[in-house]
Design a binder for this molecule. Structure first.
Ligand code: MSP
Length: 501
């Protein structure tokens, strides 16, 4: 048994959550459920980033106080997570007292250690990004709302830790994943690192945590937000809890926030004298028509609409199966329906329909007793028993789509096995043999449902209930002969594509 601490980014409460946010949160949930099923201890944290300019502007637009705006939007996230069957252990909001205390204590500690200093700074400032940008960044044209700003501010000596960070990355090959993201960070670290401006004058931006050593300033939103990962497990309040989880942390996010997590965050931890997280994993973006889904483009897909229409499990399945972790993926309703129909309706759901239909017809709905297994039966048995280690291997490499695919391959295989063995024909001459075939197919269905339960918790539970499966271990032999199958509707009824749509 081992332990793992899984985090998602804390999302900005500047609008309602979209499918991109849902994706990282579902991914974290699938990993958490997978590890729990393996007998590991898991702590899973998600939450909201409630300070900073974006949130302040969003509140102003709605003519609301910042806190009222956050309090109003927070339930949209928590309700969505409930609907998506997210089993997080804690939900952190950066306006909570416990977090404000940690941020202030950290700022004071870093200040006392001499890693924070005041300086006058003149440079290009991106209002949209909420940070000073370099000349090259400005010229790239990728930044919106850029203006020249001259200001006295507080700086964190990030540059001091540059070499230490490079060494850490080189000595811990799994620290930043996937590999190409690690190389991106190492490339970034080839140039001298600037110190990090960690304050905002209140007269310009007041919605943040006040610096404990200068009340004219609030702290920069990222210096505040990143600390959620240690607040959430009791830093400065519950040492035992913190020690249990911190070094086992796996931070999940998309590539947009790679630098903040792989450069700002580790250098802050170095300054605090804390160990670095175990792993930082940046996945790609969900795109719509090749463009990143974003609220400013208005191309966001509301996950709730999809869930209401097609069910939570199929949305979870699609998102997990369709995206190759690390690469971008294109979202379209058409690809969703295609995936649903082929994998869930035709392969997985159909297997259950077939075995329960045949067992109903030939065995009075009771799971038959298997006789001696043939070579082909044993081959399926061996494939089913190999699944656990094959899935483990894929999950360790963070290849969730492949972990799903190894199960689906066996599901497809057993469907063709049924075609070939034709128990409906065999039953006429050798009922016992037909029973063995159906036992093999049904047991494969059961094991597949167990393996897919982290991805589709509800539908697999339903399938297992139909099979009267008491055992939730995936190992061969969990079905009890003689158990009466429950009558049921199709798990995943086919979605008919509207050709005119
Ligand atoms: N508040 C910061 C994170 C602070 S973490 C200490 C932030 N928030 S955000 O609301 O913009 O969320 C960004 C994250 O949402 C991404 O890193 C990713 O996890 C998820 N996604 C948002 N849009 C996405 C896509 N289009 N595709 C995939 N994931 C996306 O940044």
């Amino acid at each position: 048994m081992s332990k793992i601490y899984i985090t998602t980014p804390i999302y900005y409460v500047n609008d309602k959550p979209h499918i991109g946010h849902a994706y990282t949160t579902i991914l974290a949930d699938v990993l958490a459920r997978y590890h729990k099923a393996e007998g590991d201890q898991v702590f899973f944290l998600t939450g909201l980033d409630e300070h900073g300019q974006k949130v302040q502007q969003a509140a102003q637009k709605r003519s609301m106080s910042e806190q009222d705006h956050c309090d109003d939007l927070a339930p949209r996230f928590t309700e969505l997570w409930k609907k998506l069957e997210i089993q997080n252990d804690d939900f952190i909001r950066t306006t909570q007292d416990r977090h404000i205390k940690v941020v202030k204590a950290v700022l004071q500690k870093v200040y006392d250690s001499g890693d924070i200093y005041a300086d006058e700074y003149e440079g290009w400032y991106s209002v949209a990004e909420e940070r000073f940008i370099t000349e090259t960044e400005k010229e790239s044209g990728e930044f919106r709302d850029v203006k020249c700003l001259k200001e006295r501010n507080w700086f964190f000596k990030m540059s001091k830790y540059q070499q230490k960070l490079v060494d850490h990355i080189n000595e811990h090959p799994d620290f930043i994943q996937p590999e190409h993201r690690k190389n991106e960070v190492l490339g970034f670290l080839k140039k001298p690192l600037n110190d990090l401006c960690i304050s905002r004058p209140k007269e310009r931006m007041s919605w943040g945590i006040e610096l404990p050593f200068d009340s004219d300033y609030v702290t920069y939103v990222w210096f505040d937000a990143l600390l959620n990962y240690i607040t959430g497990i009791g830093f400065n309040s519950d040492q035992k809890k913190f020690d249990t989880w911190w070094t086992l942390s796996v931070h999940l996010m998309a590539k947009d926030i790679l630098t903040t997590h792989c450069v700002y965050w580790p250098t802050m931890l170095f300054s605090l004298g804390l160990p670095l997280p175990k792993k930082i994993f940046a996945h790609g973006w969900w795109l719509i028509s090749e463009t990143k889904m974003s609220k400013s483009l208005g191309n966001v897909v509301n996950p709730l609409d999809l869930v209401d229409q097609y069910g939570v499990d199929s949305v979870r399945y699609y998102l997990m199966r369709e995206m190759v972790l690390g690469a971008d993926a294109n979202f379209s309703l058409e690809s969703f329906i295609k995936r649903y129909n082929s994998d869930l309706a035709n392969d997985f759901g159909n297997l259950l329909n077939r075995v329960s239909g045949l067992i109903g017809k030939y065995f009075d709905g009771k799971i038959p007793e298997p006789q001696k297994l043939t070579v082909e039966d044993k081959d399926i048995q061996a494939q089913v028993n190999a699944l656990s280690s094959e899935i483990k291997e894929q999950i360790e490499k963070m290849r969730v789509h492949d972990a799903i695919e190894v199960v689906m391959k066996v599901v497809r295989h057993v469907n063709t096995y049924l075609e070939r063995q034709a128990p409906w024909k065999v039953a006429k001459e050798d009922l016992a043999r037909a029973g063995t075939i159906l036992y093999v197919a049904t047991e494969t269905m059961r094991a597949s449902a167990v393996h897919l339960s982290p991805v589709m918790p509800s539908k697999t539970e339903e399938a297992l209930k139909i099979l009267g499966a008491v055992s939730t271990t995936a190992k061969w032999g969990g079905l009890k002969s003689g158990t009466k199958l429950e009558t049921h509707e199709a798990l995943f009824p086919r979605i008919e594509m509207n050709k005119d749509a």
